[in-house]
Ligand binder design. Structure first.
Ligand SMILES: *Cc1c(COP(=O)(O)O)cnc(C)c1O
Length: 403
């Protein structure tokens, strides 16, 4: 039982409420009810989730999360220790993104918020409202257009399923607020030619945002492993901001996304005076936010280190290569050779295949735009998972005439 102060007990209404608040029997009953709902969820452990970009977080994430759950990074004077963890985590991200000293990081809820914040910045500093994006851009840009009254100009992809650079130049005008490049697309894990985008944007003095929500925790480690992948980070001088999610390939808990911005001085344009809390100004979208996810992500980064992430990415790539081989062996085709741990399986009727696979309890996603189903080979997916998936995929595809 929680000890209740005498002065509290002298106030009769509080006394009743506090007793009620700590009633263990009642707590147990409610938690049991919640369990019933939780059982309806799919679990990563089941080995049936093949379409999610999230995964079972590393065990240390849960412990760190619980220890910091009630801390509030929106009021850092109350939680200076949590604030220090946040700074350390941002330093870690800057390092893996080759960000310069004068850069800064904003931690938020995910890739959607990272993109919104980046476009808010671009709009404020340019006072313009057009965004040039590849046609495979994440749907968060639809929200951005609606929320901030911005106009989205889409550029088609080339036969490698990355943005067609020559069409970008034509769309740039005096109305352009930003260009967006994708490093690890949601559909296929492809990486745009950010080097060329960087050159074009630098020349035209246009804000370049790189959406690396998924790829930000993959590409740096693929490079260390010797894979040939396009550059995407602050090494390229035209890149102004990069968003990346720790709750995807960062192996940590939801919600955690970040936006790293090359030039700290521009952050003033998205800050407001913050009365009632301990800071003078608050940058970014969120106010009150828990230190839990930040402590979790930091703990995972400390536990794994760059080497740990490298090994994790290697493991995911091994499973990806294995899956591609097994998929091709049963007579199906993939859309494009995977750049990272995402596979698109070409199908005539993906929605029917997904439906039949769902009946067999597999969770895979249909990518309507390119007539395929997508597998994301996250850390919870093993070769054994693939071994049990392939016979079901084969059976379903045979029945539907796909092979
Ligand atoms: C997942 C994803 C997002 C959105 O991130 P959330 O964390 O779901 O808000 C944005 N961009 C890309 C490329 C993504 O893969």
């Amino acid at each position: 039982m929680v000890k209740i102060q005498k002065s509290f007990l002298n106030q009769p209404h509080v006394d009743i409420e506090m007793k009620d608040l700590t009633n263990l029997e009642k707590q147990k009953n409610i938690l049991n009810k919640l369990k019933i709902y939780r059982k309806q969820d799919f679990s990563y452990k089941s080995g049936k989730i093949l379409g999610s970009m999230c995964t079972q977080p590393h065990p240390i994430a849960k412990k760190a999360y619980m220890n910091f759950m009630e801390t509030n990074l929106g009021d850092p004077a109350l939680f200076p220790g949590s604030k220090k963890i946040e700074e350390k985590y941002i330093d870690f991200l800057k390092k893996i993104l080759n960000a310069p000293k004068k850069s800064m990081g904003i931690i938020g809820s995910g890739g959607t918020e990272g993109n919104i914040t980046a476009m808010w910045l671009a709009k404020k500093i340019s006072d313009k409202n057009e965004i040039i994006v590849p046609e495979n851009v994440h749907f968060s840009f639809e929200k951005i257009a609606s929320m901030m009254n911005m106009k989205i100009l889409t550029i088609n992809l080339n036969d490698k399923y990355v943005v067609d650079i020559k069409n970008i130049k034509e769309k740039i005008s005096e109305k352009t607020a930003a260009v967006v490049g994708i490093a690890g697309s949601t559909e296929l894990g492809t990486v745009d030619d950010i080097y060329s985008l960087s050159k074009i944007c630098k020349k035209n003095n246009i804000f370049l945002h790189v959406d690396a929500a998924f790829g930000g925790f993959v590409i740096p480690f693929l490079k260390k492993l010797g894979y040939r992948v396009n550059d995407f980070d602050f090494k390229l001088k035209g890149v102004d901001s990069v968003s990346l999610d720790a709750h995807k390939m960062g192996y940590s808990a939801i919600p955690l996304g970040t936006l790293v911005v090359r030039n700290k001085t521009i952050s003033d344009s998205i800050s407001v005076e913050s009365h009632c809390v301990s800071t003078k100004k608050q940058v970014g979208i969120l106010g009150t936010r828990s230190g839990g996810p930040v402590a979790a992500a930091y703990a995972v980064s400390e536990f794994l280190g760059e080497n740990g992430y490298k090994n994790l990415v290697q493991k995911c790539m091994n499973v990806t290569d294995y899956a591609v081989k097994r998929i091709e062996d049963i007579g199906l085709n993939i859309i494009v050779k995977p750049t990272m741990n995402v596979i698109g399986i070409k199908l005539d009727n993906p929605s029917k295949v997904v439906k039949k696979l769902t009946d067999l309890k597999w969770k895979v996603n249909e990518m309507e735009r390119i007539s395929c189903i997508r597998l994301v080979l996250m850390p919870h997916v093993s070769k054994n998972t693939i071994n049990s998936f392939i016979p079901d995929l084969k059976k379903v595809c045979k029945r539907l005439g796909e092979i």
